[in-house]
Structures are given as structure tokens and as C-alpha cells.
Design a protein around this ligand. Structure first.
Ligand code: SF4
Length: 46
């Protein structure tokens, strides 16, 4: 978990759920607005 400090691990699940609802939606992910686009292997620019 190099991208997330260990102190924040407790909240990672809820953050992923919020990210999935707000940015990375299943039908139309907002990759251009995504704060974690750089390490994402699914980003369309890869
Ligand atoms: S860059 Fe990756 S995590 Fe971000 S919205 Fe696109 S597919 Fe989702």
C-alpha cells in the first residue's frame, strides 16, 4: 500500500466506495477529473 499511508488504512474501504460513486462510476468514469489517475492501470491514456 505505497499510495496510502498506514494511518489512513482504516478508512480505505469507505473512500473507495465514495470514489466509485463520485468519480469512477461503472458506466462513465470521470478519468479526466480523477485524483488517482496517475497510478491507475485502467486510465484511457495508458
Ligand atoms: S483513472 Fe482509473 S480510478 Fe480514475 S476514474 Fe478512471 S478508471 Fe477510475
Amino acid at each position: 500500500m505505497r499510495l496510502l499511508p498506514q494511518a489512513d488504512w482504516q478508512n480505505r474501504s469507505i473512500w473507495l466506495i465514495i470514489h466509485g460513486r463520485a468519480i469512477c462510476t461503472a458506466r462513465q468514469p470521470r478519468c479526466l477529473d480523477c485524483p488517482i489517475a496517475a497510478p491507475c492501470p485502467s486510465h484511457p491514456g495508458r
